[in-house]
Design a protein around this ligand. Sequence first.
Ligand SMILES: *[C@@H]1O[C@H](CO)[C@@H](O)[C@H](O)[C@H]1NC(C)=O
Ligand SMILES: *[C@@H]1O[C@H](CO)[C@@H](O)[C@H](O)[C@H]1NC(C)=O
Ligand SMILES: *[C@@H]1O[C@H](CO)[C@@H](O)[C@H](O)[C@H]1NC(C)=O
Ligand SMILES: *[C@@H]1O[C@H](CO)[C@@H](O)[C@H](O)[C@H]1NC(C)=O
Ligand SMILES: *[C@@H]1O[C@H](CO)[C@@H](O)[C@H](O)[C@H]1NC(C)=O
Length: 457
Amino acid sequence: MILIGLAVLNILALNIATSRYASNRGKVQPDEPTRLEKNNAGEVDYDYNEIYNSFGTHGSYADRRISDFDSFGNYTSTAVLNGGCRLTVSIVDPRPPTSGINHPIWFALESVAAYVPYACVVFHTSSCKSMLQTQNMPAGPTDGQKVNAVAQSIYGRSLPLFRRMMERGLVRVNVLNSEKYGEKCDNFGSGNSIFLNIRFWLDEFIDGVDSDMILTTQQDAVLCRHLDIDLWKHYAYVGAPWSPWVWGCSQEQNCDCMRNLWRTNAPKCNGVENHLAEENILQICTPGHGGFQGNGGLSIRNRSWMIEALRRCPTQFSGLGTQEDVFFSTVLNAINATMPSAFEAALFSVCSTFAEQTFDIYYKLNSDEIADTVKRLWGNDTGMSVYNRIHQSNSSNRYTIPLGIHQLWNYGHAEHCQGVAPEGCTYALKEQPNIHEECKFLKYIYNFAEMQGGRLQ
Ligand SMILES: *[C@@H]1O[C@H](CO)[C@@H](O)[C@H](O)[C@H]1NC(C)=O
Ligand SMILES: *[C@@H]1O[C@H](CO)[C@@H](O)[C@H](O)[C@H]1NC(C)=O
Ligand SMILES: *[C@@H]1O[C@H](CO)[C@@H](O)[C@H](O)[C@H]1NC(C)=O
Ligand SMILES: *[C@@H]1O[C@H](CO)[C@@H](O)[C@H](O)[C@H]1NC(C)=O
Ligand SMILES: *[C@@H]1O[C@H](CO)[C@@H](O)[C@H](O)[C@H]1NC(C)=O
């Protein structure tokens, strides 16, 4: 289902990496992009269909403004070095350095550059495959040579807005020591077990530079709209809400399922007394309290809370340890971290359950409560107007498209939905005519061919 770029073009892309500007990354403000178009709002906007269909030959790929990749171990933006990152985006994945032109990862990253342009981005990745692809590499490369090779590979295939972010010194490469995490260098996937290792949260971010708040994203996740992290940073952990069938629970059992999961495992956490856990867990799914949320693929996390959860509930004892997002969601609820309700989480992202569907599954809000929540999390000025646009532009638009989407398509199979939450499935996409208008990079990340006959319709 994931589209793999053409290997031949990968090599070409590396070879045409000539520089037209010899700038110091981050110190020189890049010129206006040469091949941009402006949309009605006067914003820089590229024709991504044209870029996609060019398979790497679009003029934007030749617009390269740096040739020196030695500094990618750190951010070099003066603003970041002086003031730190307002938000750090982390991509844990060994594959980006070898992902070809048009691979979904480049569109996922372009959505980051488009909608959190103020962020820092760190690749927690691997160099072992990109080293093989890069010519003239010495045997036994130094750490600096590894970072250089990875940065060059990523720069060559990136789309224009993300390439500008790299030029502005907002991107760094952290080649993970995979042995430290008990992983092979090229196959740690999207890092499930790495997220469950406390060393990751302690060691792989730069204190005083990377932000406490981390946005984790991956090659099958996309941002759809501007994300103002300041409106979300009081939460410990935010990911798309889950619907009951994800756990094999019926709709009625949903919250009890989650509570039972915790009751079984709570005694294995340090310093969490049962009554405290019980008190917090009972609040799940009640109005004003945490819903059942936390898909990890696209998520906002407070690093201090990640560390706290892993300290208090070491994963080898917790029994919840196989899926990192289930672990964090359950444990953070139990240790009284500040968590969003399912509806609030659904304004951030969707994987199986849209905002309106949380009303059927958890609890319903009245229209004033909806408006207050939308303004609080999407911003007063734009929040309601965006919400109204989504719902009024076409009466067949049923669901609120959140700020991001992760793997909605994975839940598209009828058997997952039968009898439980039939509306929680990908069928929602078909019933939502404006989904591509509201989330323009989605179609390059998910191949709709299976469902709707064609990716670029
Ligand atoms: C990042 O910068 C710090 C201080 O400026 C330096 O000590 C460190 O070696 C750099 N790290 C990398 C990976 O280049
Ligand atoms: C993250 O959580 C810690 C611990 O609760 C808290 O002190 C800190 O203020 C939080 N960070 C942000 C950015 O809110
Ligand atoms: C949980 O946190 C809230 C505030 O965030 C506080 O009022 C409450 O007392 C805490 N509950 C427990 C059991 O610690
Ligand atoms: C939105 O408006 C409310 C009420 O006027 C105010 O308290 C809040 O700070 C505003 N939020 C933002 C993000 O501007
Ligand atoms: C609503 O969406 C449908 C499906 O895309 C389209 O055929 C119809 O013209 C749209 N109606 C309006 C008023 O935009």
